[in-house]
Ligand binder design. Sequence first.
Ligand code: KIV
Length: 276
Amino acid sequence: MSIHTPPPIKKLTVQDIRAAKNRTEPFLALTAYTAPIAQLADKHADVVLVGDSVGMVLYGMPNTLGVTLEMMMTHGRCVAQFCQRALCVVDMPFGTYQASPAQAFKNSARIMKKTGAGAIKLEGGAEMAHTIRFLVERGIPVLGHIGLRPQQVHVMGGYKVQGKTEDQIEMLKADAKAVEEAGAFAIVVEGTMEHVSREITASVNIPTIGIGASPACDGQILVTEDVLGLVAGAKAKFVKPYANLYQDAEAALQTLEADVKARRFPGPENLYIKTK
Ligand code: KIV
């Protein structure tokens, strides 16, 4: 090896993410559905999730229920190849894992084979514990997802903050414990209050990754397009845009349109010149 060869990048594994429970510093997880966002996210996040939020963010669906296995495989394959360091996790879409452990295995094995991702994520608490165990025992690492579960939007009657009563908090803790004991390597906790996240986080030995769930979690996950301000329209309270790329893009296209109409574009620097 020449002295100029950079050292190989160490790819994070589910064991590394599990070990992040004992870190004092929270870690970052980001979503990605496309090559450019995957390349960016891989530089800053320990976990890159190909979330089923792809349906809403890229396809303009009203919720995540219409997302298919084929969509997840297409976006998963694209993103996984750009995850040089981060652990790539692909979401199981609605209706592809809830019927039985066998259905979950068949479809998550397809995702693992087709995408090259390192793990899958599925939504569910105690009721999915048997399925999670079935998958993990057969070689499929699972990231759990409890609290607000977007695939349950119709049952919940909307996207509602979870854990508002003592009973609900106990149920969330029971969900987290069941998911941990079934063998998940970490748990996404969505849409709950700080004291609830703190209790959940303290009650399990695997990392919690919060979204709309306060800094009391071991890590934070966000939709990258939300962070970059790439999505037009109202934002959830828990989203903090660190850029306004939609506005910037709009301004850029307005300038381009004006330049085309005034024949300022293409300019001399954009022309092929006859050399001989
Ligand atoms: O689908 C998704 O993007 C998610 C996360 C934001 C947790 O489930």
